[in-house]
Ligand binder design. Structure first.
Ligand code: GRF
Length: 205
């Protein structure tokens, strides 16, 4: 029934998953200085590191990471600010049970620096997406999205903060749906049994 969360940094999405009471078996980082590891340990969650720097190739790193993950036999692997590109072999190993949160309304703005790029493009709505991971970076079937308005005077930091609040709303929801067996993927399109809302729009704060 459990989830393994992969992190690289501050871990606010990881915390949102923990705060929601989801069954997180372990948190694994790719760098020992990730703040998320200490937060997890303080909360009594097993936290370990597989240092990407210790491996010569992506394949070797991914194999070591998968071995560490599989010690916990998780039902789901959740990427939460995990900043490594995963090999096709790794993605295939977790097919259908590997999810990510990305800070844009995919398929717009895959990759890094999404908030600055959204502002530069002049979009009026921005947000985040939780999706199943496929071989192509920041692609794969979309489970849920949250949208926020882009406001005059927004900076990348202001916009990022507004989107992040919604990330913390939708990621636990998506993981909960997965664990409850509610997600159905057909032709690359995800629906939720019971028709739970797969779009959140927030214009508060
Ligand atoms: C989030 O914006 C997430 O969408 C992206 O990386 C960031 C991680 O933040 N993939 P945190 O470590 O969860 O606070």
């Amino acid at each position: 029934m459990s989830v393994v969360v992969l992190i690289s940094g501050r871990g606010s999405n990881m915390q949102a998953l923990l705060d929601a009471g989801l069954p997180v078996a372990a948190v694994i980082g790719n760098t020992a200085d990730a703040a998320a590891l200490e937060i997890a340990a303080r909360r009594g969650i097993g936290a370990s590191v597989v240092e990407h720097k210790d491996y010569g190739t992506r394949e070797e790193f991914d194999a070591a990471l998968a071995a560490e993950i599989d010690r916990h036999s998780p039902r789901l692997v959740a990427l939460a600010g995990f900043m490594r590109i995963l090999t096709p072999g790794f993605v295939a190993h977790y097919a259908g049970r590997l999810v990510n949160i990305h800070p844009s309304l995919l398929p717009a703005f895959p990759g890094l620096d999404t908030h600055r790029r959204a502002l530069a493009a002049g979009v009026k709505v921005h947000g985040c997406s939780v999706h199943f991971v496929s071989e192509q970076l920041d692609h794969g079937p979309i489970i849920v999205q949250a949208a926020v308005s882009v406001r005059p005077g927004d900076t990348p930091d202001l916009l990022a903060a507004r989107v992040l609040r919604q990330e913390h709303v939708v990621y636990p929801r998506a993981v909960g749906w997965f664990l409850d067996g509610k997600l159905v993927v057909r032709n690359g399109v995800v629906s939720v049994k019971g028709n739970d809302a797969q779009l959140v729009y927030s214009d508060r704060d």
